[in-house]
Design a protein around this ligand. Structure first.
Ligand code: PXP
Length: 246
């Protein structure tokens, strides 16, 4: 029997919704508890340099809540490395970051950034943190991750998710080749970005992939799964207050 694929749930967009009002709700720590109760394997959160969604305090509280292993997505900056070493998430995934982007738009340039990345990866690994590099499915990048000393890679599935028809097939083949190479080099292989119920199947079938990290589609779907129940609860609270319960 095939090994069960791990699921990391990215809760960034719970914080996006919270920050839209600047208050405390919805609370990412409550989301982390739901992620755990729903049977996921880890909680993923991206502490961006501009703190546009997840905050330092969210990270501290998620760790203090003692739930699922935390996978901290972060840029390879000195500030973030210090935060990770202090906070000790189980995993770090190093991602490229540009302030003007809406989301992480491409993989890390591990080839060009080898000299900068290697000492930072070593510092994180010395602190007992498993380090993954978020990469486009490109052989040269995967080989660089090995040289840099990362224990894992996460393959960027965005191009596959955005493609249609034959192009989607070609992108899937790139992911499959990169996953095979990662396994040959002894790197644990994760994948994520843009995955939905409709496109997850072929990626989930790649045997060398052991973990998927999924966020936006789950939070988007949760709005519709949860909205009716939230409306019914409010209706009930209003009717009880008025004494007009049916
Ligand atoms: N993996 C990485 C490294 C990411 O940066 C993101 C997006 O923050 C995801 C996975 C999840 O992508 P999505 O929100 O599109 O599911």
């Amino acid at each position: 029997m095939a090994e069960r694929l791990r699921l990391g749930v990215n809760i960034d967009h719970v914080a996006t919704l919270r920050n839209a009002r600047g208050g405390a709700m919805p609370d990412p720590v409550r989301a982390a508890a739901v992620v755990s109760a729903a049977g996921a394997d880890s909680v993923t959160a991206h502490l961006r340099e501009d703190r546009r969604h997840i905050s330092d305090e969210d990270i501290r509280r998620i760790r203090a809540s003692g739930g699922l292993p935390l996978n901290l997505e972060m840029a390879a900056t000195d500030e973030m490395v210090e935060i990770a070493v202090r906070t000790r998430p189980a995993h770090v995934c190093i991602v490229p970051e540009r302030r003007e982007e809406l989301t992480t738009e491409g993989g890390l340039d591990a080839v060009g950034g080898e000299a900068d990345l290697a000492p930072r990866v070593a510092r994180l690994a010395d602190a007992g943190i498993q380090v993954a590099l978020f990469l486009d499915p490109d052989a040269a990048q995967v080989e660089a991750a090995r040289r840099i000393g990362a224990g894992a890679i996460e393959l960027h599935t965005g191009e596959y998710c955005n493609a249609t028809g034959a192009a989607a097939g070609a992108e899937l083949a790139r992911l499959e080749r990169a996953a095979r190479l990662a396994a040959e080099l002894g790197l644990e292989c994760h994948a994520g970005h843009g995955l939905t119920l409709d496109n997850v199947g072929p990626v989930a079938r790649i045997p060398q992939v052991v973990e998927l990290n999924i966020g936006h589609a789950l939070v988007a779907e949760a709005v519709f799964d949860g909205l009716a129940a939230a409306i019914r609860a409010m209706r009930m609270a209003m009717d009880r207050a008025r004494g007009t319960v049916a």
